[in-house]
Structures are given as C-alpha cells and as structure tokens.
Design a protein around this ligand. Structure first.
Ligand code: NAD
Length: 295
C-alpha cells in the first residue's frame, strides 16, 4: 500500500522503517532532513510538504511531539488535508489530548477523510522491534482498515472505542505509571534508610501485595533490575519531561471534565520540581533521587 508517514523521530523513524520492511511504498516527511535521508537510504520516498506526501497515499500516519504539531501538519496551509484524496484514512499515533483528537476527526470528516487516534506504548525498543501496543480510537470500519497497516509496527492492536478513546487509555495508563513509580521510590528509599537490604525489600515487594511493574520490571533503586534505567544511571528510558507532558495531558483532561485528580496533581508537581532541577532528560524512575538526603 502507498503510505504517507510524517514525523521520523525516536519513535516514528523505526516505525516507518518497519513499514518499508513489510513491503509498503512509504513516502516520508519531517523537518529534520537527516531523519528523512536515513529513511530514503532504506527505501522510502520523500516529499516537500505534508500535502505532497499524502497526495498519492492510500493511508496517512503521523507521529509528532504534541498536539500543536499534529494540528499544523494536518490542517496547516500545506498540511495533509490540502493534498490527501477523499476517503483516505488518517491515523495519528502521537500522544495528544483526547479533545484535540476529536476536533481533528471533525476537520478530517469535513474533508471526507476518516480519522483515528492510535497512541502507542512500548517505547523506542518496541518501535524498533515492531512490538508496540496501539490504543486505537476509531469506528469499527476504520479500526479494521487500520489494523492491517498497524500490524507491521505492533504486536497488540486494541480497539478502545470511538475517536479520542485511544488517547484516554494512554493518558490514564501513564497517570498510573507516574504515581506508582513515586510509590515504589518512597517505599524503597524508606526501607533502605531504615536499614533493610534493598534486594531483600524488592524481593518481598515483588512477591507481595505491593508488586507492580514499577517495582518488578523497572525498579527505581539501582542494581535491583539489571536491565532497568536505574542500573545505568537513569539513561535511555522514558524521560522525566515526556512523563511531565503526559501528566499535563491527564490533568488538563481532568480539569475539562471537572474530575478530581489528587495524586496525579501531586505527581505532576514532583516531576516538575525534578525537571526544574535540571533532570528532565533522565529516565522518570530517577524521581527516587528526590528522596536522597542532601549531601
Ligand atoms: P521526537 O521528538 O523524537 O520526534 C518527533 C519528530 O517530529 C522529529 O523528527 C521532528 O523533527 C518531527 N516534527 C516536529 N514538527 C514537525 C512538523 N511540523 N512537520 C514534520 N515533522 C515534524 O518524538 P518521539 O519520541 O518520536 O515521540 C513522538 C510521539 O510519541 C510523542 O507524542 C510522544 O509523547 C509519543 N511517545 C513517545 C515514546 C518514547 O519512548 N519516545 C513512547 C510512547 C509514545
């Protein structure tokens, strides 16, 4: 199939590569010419604008930093909607707020194009391995169509409901992840300061009722899980600033719905404080260092 792919960053680059590998004819666009050149070297075609990339496409995918970028790429003067043929599906895989996803779906529908939100989890490792989870907000017909394309990039493709529900699933999961990581950090740091061996404590938690992904797979205490960012100086994971962005989406959505978000609001402030201290690029599990006593 002819696929237009816009946004070739840490996630979009490897995702587009997997589409090429699966035999699709992929036309790419990104502001970063280096990222474009890499994909062209691997068999993709390039275009001068998002509109041009979408002109002959049978399917359009976007993977951009935030809502403003998605809005500009789709609805801007040389945006996808000015070039894409009617009826061609547009699927946005970026993490943005559900309200913008729904608004973009209305704009796309006015041009005769179905729109779905399909944010992902699985990180850059999952993007490279083609094992991402896609959380898809779309009607039944578009979900079936999208599945055939998304399966070249992901292992689990989940239909969450109508447009916007993919983003709802994504931000609720990351809200819980942010909170659970702080909880595990608090318990691990209290235990060690009270004199228990951190390995013993982690072993107890991971076979007891405190067990969760933040404890048994991604433990924030260095040396507990060899493959976790905590064991390599909190590098190469999911950055504090990215988590902060997702917490902003959750707290904004909650505000819009007049829904209380007590722990989410506190978590947001703690990650914000950590980012303000210059730690925004570290993996989010580095939040445990907020519990260190000052030297
Ligand atoms: P990134 O910053 O690495 O890549 C974004 C790309 O978009 C860049 O190449 C940039 O040049 C391009 N871009 C920006 N504005 C553009 C425009 N107007 N036109 C064309 N290209 C433009 O970001 P990423 O890590 O690939 O993340 C993309 C999305 O996926 C984000 O919404 C992020 O929250 C989400 N996400 C990231 C991860 C992760 O681990 N990195 C995991 C899950 C979800």
């Amino acid at each position: 199939m002819n696929i237009a792919f816009i946004g070739l960053g840490n996630m979009g680059g490897p995702m587009a590569r997997n589409l090429v590998k699966a035999g699709h004819a992929v036309t790419v666009f990104d502001l970063n010419q280096e990222a474009v050149a890499t994909l062209v070297g691997e068999g993709a075609r390039t275009a001068g604008t998002p509109a041009e990339a979408a002109r002959e496409a049978g399917f359009v995918l976007t993977m951009l930093p935030a809502a403003a970028h998605v809005e500009a790429v789709l609805t801007g003067p040389q945006g996808v909607l000015t070039g894409v043929p009617k009826g061609v599906p547009i699927v946005d895989c970026s993490t943005i707020d559900p309200a913008t996803a729904r608004r973009l779906a209305e704009k796309a529908a006015a041009h005769g194009n179905p729109f779905a939100d399909a944010p992902v989890s699985g990180g850059t490792g999952g993007a490279a391995a083609g094992t991402l989870t896609f959380m898809v907000g779309a009607d039944d017909a578009l979900f079936k169509q999208a599945q055939t394309v998304l399966q070249a990039m992901g292992k689990n493709i989940v239909h969450c409901g109508g447009v916007g529900t993919g983003q709802v699933a994504k931000i609720c999961n990351n809200l819980l992840l942010a909170i659970s990581m702080i909880g595990v950090s608090e318990a691990m740091s209290l235990g060690t300061s009270l004199g228990i061996d951190p390995q013993v404590l982690a072993g107890i938690i991971n076979t007891s009722t405190g067990r969760c992904w933040s404890a048994d797979t991604y433990n924030p205490y260095p040396g507990i899980i060899e493959t976790a960012p905590a064991s390599r100086g909190y590098t190469g994971g999911f950055g504090v600033d990215l988590m902060l962005k997702d917490l902003g989406l959750a707290t904004d959505a909650a505000k819009g719905a007049k829904h209380p978000l007590m722990l989410g609001a506190l978590a947001q402030q703690l990650y914000q404080m950590w980012s303000q201290q210059g730690q925004g690029k570290l993996d989010f599990s580095s939040i445990i260092r907020l519990y260190e006593s000052p030297q």
